[in-house]
Design a protein around this ligand. Structure first.
Ligand code: GDP
Length: 195
């Protein structure tokens, strides 16, 4: 897909700030440093639109990108930061819970994991939780340029097994360095958005 217009429209910190726009949306989730901003920037062919690596302690927000005046990407803060207070974590947890549980516009979640390593406990919990909410998940394994080609098969198998992935959920090997997987990622996202 070619992105002609891309605009950060709102950073929502609270449920009442979610846009009322009924256009379909795709959420993007993954632990900090997994390559989520790089993935977004590669797909949108924009440098630096999604800021790389949210700083710890910063207000956590769902960042809404309005694309081609037709759909949203929703950048969900990376999990795995513990440097906020317990009460902040709890109230943010409720925002996330509401979002994933009841957002009708949400068509699928892109969950990013690092292709080099075994999925972490957080990765597994997140996938489980999304499936509990019956959301379609597109798993994107990032930084595959760092994995030798002869290991791609075994890493793919391990990810599918560890996450206990559903057959209907795609797994895409991706690199923002080489743009490998970009077309596959777009086609999975497009079918989730518009079919
Ligand atoms: P975020 O915290 O998930 O948004 O991650 P970033 O996109 O900021 O990336 C974290 C680090 O990983 C940065 O140093 C990136 O340059 C690097 N990185 C991201 N994607 C790739 C990739 O596909 N290949 C390689 N080799 N490095 C990557």
């Amino acid at each position: 897909m070619k992105i002609k217009t891309a605009e950060l429209t709102i950073s929502a910190a609270r449920v009442d700030q979610f846009p009322s726009n009924p256009a379909p949306e795709i959420a993007l989730s993954g632990r900090s440093n997994v390559g989520k901003s790089s993935f977004i920037n590669t797909l949108l062919a924009r440098k630096g639109l999604a800021r790389t690596s949210q700083r710890p302690g910063k207000t956590q927000t769902l960042n809404y990108y309005w694309l081609n005046e037709r759909f949203h990407f929703v950048d969900v803060p990376g999990y795995g930061y513990a440097k906020v207070s317990k009460s902040e974590r709890e109230s943010w947890g409720k925002v996330m819970e509401t979002y994933f549980q009841s957002r009708e516009q949400l068509k699928a979640v892109v969950q990013l994991i690092d292709a080099r390593h075994k999925p972490s406990e957080d990765d597994m919990m997140m996938y489980d939780w999304l499936k509990y909410h019956e959301l379609p998940v597109i798993v994107v394994a990032t930084k595959v340029d760092k994995v030798p080609k002869n290991k791609w098969g075994s890493h793919t198998k391990r990810i599918k097994e560890d996450l206990q992935m559903e057959e209907s959920d795609p797994l895409i090997l991706f690199s923002s360095e080489t743009a490998q997987g970009k077309d596959k990622a777009w086609s999975a996202i497009q079918s989730a958005l518009f079919e």
